[in-house]
Ligand binder design. Structure first.
Ligand SMILES: [Zn+2]
Length: 140
């Protein structure tokens, strides 16, 4: 008889240890950008470095050819230059939830997805990995 170990549980707890450190000026820029796009969604590219489970975001890029809409924001990733400093995206949810939508998970780009929801303050910033698991956000 074979024993099945609950490996999933261990993997999940390892993933929740992931953290994202965001520079103060980056958080401020995301907040300002989200407010200026409201009531539409806005989207930005995150620049930074990843070290094991620690992600550091220290810059933002406004994507070329971005499209905005109340329920959709996106950009054609094939138009982006190949750049290793692009670690993910940040986008806004004009509604009151910063949970990723199915669409967000299907269009995942990079290592991390940052979502900010209305009313766009520090506490409204959330981050997720490509499996939809929450990543702890710290503004530094
Ligand atoms: Zn979204």
């Amino acid at each position: 008889m074979r024993l099945f170990f609950r490996k999933n549980k261990e993997q999940k707890s390892a993933e929740t240890k992931r953290s994202l450190a965001m520079k103060r000026h980056v958080a401020d820029s995301i907040i300002t950008y989200a407010k200026s796009c409201h009531p539409n969604e806005g989207i930005l590219i995150l620049q930074g470095q990843t070290k094991k489970n620690n992600i550091v975001v220290d810059g933002l890029v406004v994507p070329p050819f971005a499209s905005h809409g109340p329920y959709y924001s996106g950009f054609p990733t094939y138009d982006l230059p190949f750049d290793l400093s692009y670690i993910g995206t940040a986008h806004s949810h004009p509604g009151g939830s910063n949970r990723p939508s199915l669409e967000d998970l299907n269009n995942f780009y990079g290592f991390v997805s940052v979502i900010i929801c209305y009313p766009y303050s520090d506490q409204d910033i959330g981050a997720f990995d490509r499996n939809g698991n929450k990543v702890h956000v710290e503004i530094i």
